[in-house]
Design a protein around this ligand. Structure first.
Ligand code: BG6
Length: 514
């Protein structure tokens, strides 16, 4: 389908600087969508501002709404100013915006694809991207199959000699195993797997990328990283935001499909995987896929006891009253969709046998943030705290994914003084303090990687499909049971339903206070 990509993975090369990828034309399907305005164009702009975007790269938006190059540029200017992490520099924007173009067309209209081809050829002829094309599907998943078929029918998926064509697909990758498989088949008919980049933006977060470095570039952790020393792991992704304007999508998805199937399971994989044999995309993804395959499938009984499903009721966030999920725009007043999930899972392999992984994810919680907390087993109580009921307290390694990115380690320490008193203290690393510069946004890194042909931080077909098998078993059990009684309510602005606390309390644990 294309030339063998020439991945330039800076991790693999151990370099700070990475070679500039070849220029390409980035074609965004869904050019008038929210993601384009909030994330994609600001990410491309920031790459340009940092000098990381090849000068001859052009962007072509493809969408149904009537717009001209100029009107689209004006809209993008406003949203980029609001959403770009570095604000907007008029000089940079001036040069960058000249490379933005718009193609108005219905996705079904072959004339639109013909016009797109002409536009891309004209850009190339004017000294552009030498025929390299990156198609970004930022549309409703119901349009994926159609666009992929139209790209194949119009021949736009086929690269010119010496050039490449690639596709980036936004999540959700299907809504269950069967639809994910069918989507993957549609993709495979138009693009080779090595030219397919399934975005999971959590993988592009600096802190998620650092998990592998923390584990495999430091000798002190890896030999403790197993069921002999680790008691359990807690993974949290909490948002204070509600469903916002995404009611129709979220009503069908719910927190399990929206967050657990993708982002949270990716974090489980990075935490639990074996060291890969090398840093190539496939070596890493092979190890992640093994973790997903080792997830213990939950029986309906396990689902009833080990998973808590919740939905937010009215409450207050930062002192401001907020409505219940059922009162949100375009949400059914009798909705049974979950906005919160807490669950316990097991990884049935040698390293992790007997170590529970607890996960919780929810909207409208007390505080926003994502983290992985690894709780070690307590030291033997033979020297300290021997005759007291007070436990010594376990060491805890916390990887803060966001905000205030960093890592902390809780240690036991002697309180200065003439009596022996032990208290926990925290060693804390903050990215901001140590590196003194802002981390790039996940989308910046991921778009650049796709341009470079490096799929390391993208989900592979088998990972995605295996994750769906795990999630499908839960969905089936939920819908077979009396789901009404299984949906626990929680007030907005709290840490979720009390049943989630009970889930951990049954095992003698408690959720970490974030
Ligand atoms: C998206 C989900 O994938 O991730 C959203 O669809 C969620 O529902 C978002 O809000 C969370 O991403 P982040 O980067 O803000 O944690």
């Amino acid at each position: 389908m294309s030339n063998e990509p020439n991945p330039t993975n800076p991790l693999r090369e151990g370099l700070q600087a990475r070679p500039m990828p070849q220029p390409c034309n980035v074609v965004i399907f869904g050019a008038s969508g929210d993601l384009t305005f909030r994330k994609l164009i600001p990410a491309l702009y920031n790459l340009a501002a940092d000098g990381d975007l090849p000068a001859a790269t052009n962007i072509v938006g493809f969408a149904r709404r009537e717009k001209t190059d100029e009107s689209w540029r004006a809209e993008l200017r406003d949203s980029t100013e609001k959403c770009s992490r570095s604000g907007l520099n008029e000089d940079v924007w001036g040069g960058f915006s000249k490379r933005i173009h718009y193609q108005c067309s219905d996705f079904t209209n072959s004339e639109g694809y013909r016009a797109l081809r002409e536009k891309l050829d004209a850009i190339d002829a004017a000294g552009g991207a030498a025929g390299n094309r990156l198609f970004y599907l930022s549309v409703s998943p119901t349009d994926y199959d159609l666009i992929l078929r139209m790209l194949a029918e119009s021949g736009l998926n086929k690269p010119r000699l010496g050039a490449w064509t690639r596709v980036i697909v936004e999540k959700p990758f299907g809504t269950d195993f069967a639809t994910a498989e069918s989507l993957n088949e549609s993709i495979a008919r138009a693009f080779a797997e090595r030219d397919t980049f399934r975005i999971d933006h959590y993988l592009g977060k600096e802190t998620a990328q650092n998990i592998m470095v923390l584990r495999f570039a430091n000798q002190i952790f890896e030999n403790q990283w197993n069921n002999r020393y680790i008691d359990h792991v807690q993974i949290t992704s909490a948002e204070t935001l509600g469903v916002e304007a995404r009611g129709p999508y979220y009503e069908k998805a719910g927190a399990l499909r929206d967050m657990v199937q993708s982002h949270l399971l990716q974090l489980v994989c990075l935490t639990a995987m074996e060291p890969p044999t090398s840093l190539t995309a496939d070596s890493i993804r092979d190890e992640k896929a093994k973790v997903v395959r080792s997830l213990r499938r939950l029986s309906p009984e396990d689902v009833a006891t080990d998973i808590v499903r919740g939905q937010y009721a009215a409450g207050a966030i930062n002192g401001k009253p907020v409505p219940a999920y059922r009162a949100e725009e375009r949400v059914s007043p009798t909705s049974m969709t979950e906005t919160y999930v807490a669950l316990k899972l097991h990884i049935d392999n040698w390293r992790w046998h007997g170590v529970p992984f607890y996960m919780r994810v929810g909207k409208r919680l007390a505080k926003g943030g994502a983290e992985i907390a690894v709780q070690f087993k307590e030291a033997p109580r033979v020297l300290f705290n021997t005759d007291s009921d007070a436990p010594l307290g376990p060491n805890q390694l916390v990887i803060r994914i966001q905000p205030d990115e960093g890592i902390s380690l809780r240690l036991q320490c002697k309180v200065p003084g003439s009596v022996l008193r032990i208290e926990p203290v925290k060693m804390d690393f903050h990215y901001g303090a140590s590196f003194g510069k802002q981390s790039p946004e996940a989308y910046e890194r991921l778009i650049l990687d796709a341009m470079s042909g490096d799929a390391t931080l993208f989900a592979r077909r088998d990972e995605v499909q295996e994750a769906w098998k795990f999630v499908d078993a839960i969905e089936q059990a939920w819908h077979a049971a009396d789901t009404k009684s299984a949906l626990c309510e929680y007030a907005s602005g709290t840490w979720g339903p009390k049943e989630a606390d009970e889930l951990l309390a049954r095992d003698g644990h408690a959720w970490r206070r974030m």
